[in-house]
Ligand binder design. Structure first.
Ligand code: CO
Length: 303
């Protein structure tokens, strides 16, 4: 009887200890911070097609390889895509604010937010507002936020970036620009940052007259570049997305079989068109530029 009682007491103590442990897990911010916990949040618009997601995975893998031992997570900004993935595949991908809240809750101290956006447009402005919000929270309520948080610049944030991307694109399409024309099509926007595409075009023309930049929703438009492409009389035209992913826009607007796709319109001008269906995220040269942007953001974190 005495033995049974002792076992019961031991069991009770054991259960209480277990409960204390799981409670500590549930409220990690109550644990004293014993050290720094660094994380990287890779933020992209998102993609609901596997070919598009491949580029996001490629960038994420490159980030992981360059940052061994650091927690790397993904967030998407497109709610339409997040809802679609949740509904059709049961996959939950967080938007940046949720992903950052979870990292803070789990006790991460220093977070680099990697923007994989091409230009500092509307999507980037929104991400900056969220990151600034977390920075403000960290300053005014350190227990609820991070010790430090830094957002990387997008791929094209200034003149040096334009030159570096132009070099990367020329290196990527070295053979194609010798044989014919290359057209990279960006998303384009009404936002002033759209001007980055025209700057990139000029930087590319300094390197090769056969390299063209177009956009779907901005400047340069298809009509802006068509006469120049025709004047170059290329034997072949390589066309691909100047976007992180080769998703819906790449597969339909650029390389789709519908008669209003860029591929079909160029073919209707008797040009021999070969589409490239990979995003910039899959381009090793561009991955290196993105990792450099991440490093710069990481250099602004507390150490
Ligand atoms: Co779009």
């Amino acid at each position: 009887m005495e033995l049974k009682k002792n076992i019961l007491v031991l069991l009770l103590i054991f259960t209480a200890a277990l409960m204390a442990c799981s409670a500590a897990d549930a409220f990690p911010q109550d644990e004293p911070l014993t050290g720094e916990k660094r994380a990287i949040l890779v933020v992209s618009f998102g993609s609901s097609v596997p070919e598009g997601e491949a580029a996001i995975t490629a960038v994420t893998d490159a980030v992981k390889a360059a940052n061994p031992g650091v927690e790397v997570r993904n967030a998407y900004t497109s709610r339409i895509i997040m809802r679609k993935l949740a509904k059709e595949e049961g996959r939950i991908i967080d938007e940046p604010a949720i992903a950052l809240a979870k990292l803070a809750y789990e006790g991460f101290t220093d977070v680099a937010v990697l923007s994989t956006h091409i230009i500092p447009g509307e999507e980037y402005d929104d991400l900056k507002a969220v990151t600034d919000g977390f920075r403000f929270m960290s300053e005014s309520a350190p227990k609820a936020g991070f010790r430090s948080i830094a957002l990387s610049e997008p791929l094209l944030a200034g003149g040096k970036d334009i030159e570096r991307l132009a070099d990367a694109l020329v290196a990527t399409y070295e053979d194609e620009i010798k044989k014919g024309a290359v057209i990279m099509v960006g998303h384009g926007t009404h936002h002033f940052a759209d001007s980055a595409y025209s700057s990139l075009q000029i930087a590319l023309w300094r390197r090769s007259p056969n390299f063209f930049i177009g956009t779907i929703e901005g400047i340069p438009s298809y009509d802006d570049i068509l006469p120049r492409i025709k004047a170059a009389r290329p034997r072949s035209v390589t066309i691909g997305p100047l976007m992180l992913v080769a998703g819906d826009h790449a597969q339909n607007d650029i390389a789709g079989d519908e008669e209003d796709s860029w591929k079909s319109m160029l073919a209707a001008e008797s040009l021999k068109v070969s589409p490239v269906l990979t995003g910039l995220g899959q381009n090793k040269f561009v991955q290196n530029l993105i990792i450099d942007k991440l490093r710069e953001a990481q250099s602004r974190l507390a150490r």
